[in-house]
Write a new protein. Structure first.
Length: 299
């Protein structure tokens, strides 16, 4: 795609969800920052449905949105890479078709990265929005903060669990030249694996002043309208374990298995000690309650 004044490249991954795609593109068009280009990656879905949504947009926005049709669905990582490779902008963000932004998201994110050149990217405070599909309507059912207590992004925290989702993260395009693209053999948790590679080398900022990203979730929704967090729950667990096992084997190859062997036993012993303490406390509390009840009955 030819780039002129665009600074942010937006990758929209979609498959057979024209209702969500239409909402996502409207969300992008509402941004207060207009220096963007977007590429919609249709990962093996109905091409005609995607084209109808994009062709229905008014100019000049339609001219800033390209479409890549993949005849075969190759997965989330391959779709992300196809979009990234089609863009030459300074910054990149993944806007999956079912998530949303505050209108100031891009403007605030780019301002942060201009102000903090050492940060490889910036994450915005995020809110989980629960919704359900009712026919041709999407109805909001509730909200809650996502990592509401978080004040910064750290490598140590990310080793435990992913602390942010793609909709909240704008990053420098040059990172892909430095650490590579998304791993196409990882079909869930691909963003976490990529972010770990980034955080080994760079800091990632956290814009905590206000919520600017919305992670939409539809609990119990199956099929193409489902949220990947739930529909792909088993896949997330599988790839989480695979990534950790690869890292452990790499560490052992370089440093030997002494520390992992020690920690594995230490953690097991500590868990068993804590469980034993809880059981003991439970027996004590139960016996104390019985004694108290007997005293009350004695009165």
């Amino acid at each position: 795609m030819p780039e002129t004044s665009a600074r942010v490249g937006i990758v929209v991954r979609t498959k057979d969800r024209p209702m969500f795609l239409e909402r996502a593109l409207a969300d992008i068009r509402r941004q207060t920052m207009h220096a963007w280009r977007a590429v919609v990656v249709n990962d093996g879905g109905d091409a005609a449905a995607v084209d109808r949504v994009v062709q229905g947009l008014p100019e000049p926005d339609r001219a800033r949105i390209a479409v890549i049709h993949r005849t075969e669905g190759l997965g989330r990582s391959a779709a992300a890479n196809a979009g990234v490779l089609a863009l030459q902008t300074e910054f990149v963000v993944l806007h999956d078709d079912d998530d949303l932004w505050d209108p100031t998201f891009l403007e605030a994110s780019v301002a942060w990265l201009d102000r903090e050149p050492a940060d490889a990217g910036v994450v915005s405070r995020t809110e989980i929005v629960y919704e359900r599909v009712e026919g041709d309507r999407v109805v909001e059912t509730g909200r809650e903060p996502f990592w509401g207590e978080m004040t910064r992004i750290t490598y140590a925290d990310m080793l435990q669990v992913n602390r942010f989702v793609p909709i909240a993260y704008v990053y420098r395009r040059q990172l892909h030249d430095e650490v590579g693209l998304y791993r196409e053999d990882v079909h869930a948790a691909e963003d976490w694996e990529f972010n770990l590679r980034v955080l080994r080398l760079h800091t990632i900022g956290y814009a905590s002043d206000r919520v600017r990203a919305y992670w939409m979730q539809r609990r119990g929704q199956e099929g193409v309208l489902g949220n990947s967090m739930f529909v792909l729950a088993d896949e997330h667990d599988r790839y989480d374990r695979m990534i950790r096992d690869e890292a452990l084997r790499s560490y052992v190859a370089a440093n030997g298995d002494g520390l992992p062997l020690y920690l594995a036993r230490f953690v097991q012993d500590e868990v068993e000690r804590q469980l034993a303490a809880q059981r003991s406390l439970g027996r004590y509390a139960t016996e104390a309650a019985r004694k108290g009840w007997r005293r009350l009955r004695g009165r």
